[in-house]
Design a binder for this molecule. Sequence first.
Ligand code: NI
Length: 184
Amino acid sequence: MIYPIAIYGNPVLRKKTKDIDKDYPNLQEIIDNMFETMYSSDGVGLAAPQINKSIRVFIIDAEPMSEDYPDVKGFKQVFINPQMSEENGKEWLFNEGCLSIPNIREDVKRKPSFRLKYYDRDWNFHDEVFDGIKARIMQHEYDHLDGVLFTDRLSPLKRKLLKSKLTAISKNKISINYKFILNK
Ligand code: NI
């Protein structure tokens, strides 16, 4: 099942999400549906708030980027209850987009590496260090779990320049070629 995607202006994108436990209802089905939703809208990552669920889950399948970035070949994973620590290194710019902010892409500054503790979809615990493009995709999705969008990380000037475009999204004044929900 393809979920509609919460877009800019939907309050669910600004809520801090909650950890889940193993008996969270229909979790496996939700995860399968998240992948289906992400593939149908050509994304490489999707966080639960984007499908209107305020829980600490995000998924990634970066295979479509692997021609340009061999690092991410086969990088497909589910992250449950992730906790990030030890962000390291010199901030670098990478061009980001987001299914919740259609038709806008901007260079965003982030640190290149961090440590993440998380569970996968089989509830195996992981404690790993990520870097490079993998880290970048994950940082963007992780931000969603804290109610943070990539546009929040731009300079005040850039944000000001984008304001009218963002307002247009929040007022449903743009065309989007996938199912979306603006308000809860
Ligand atoms: Ni996003």
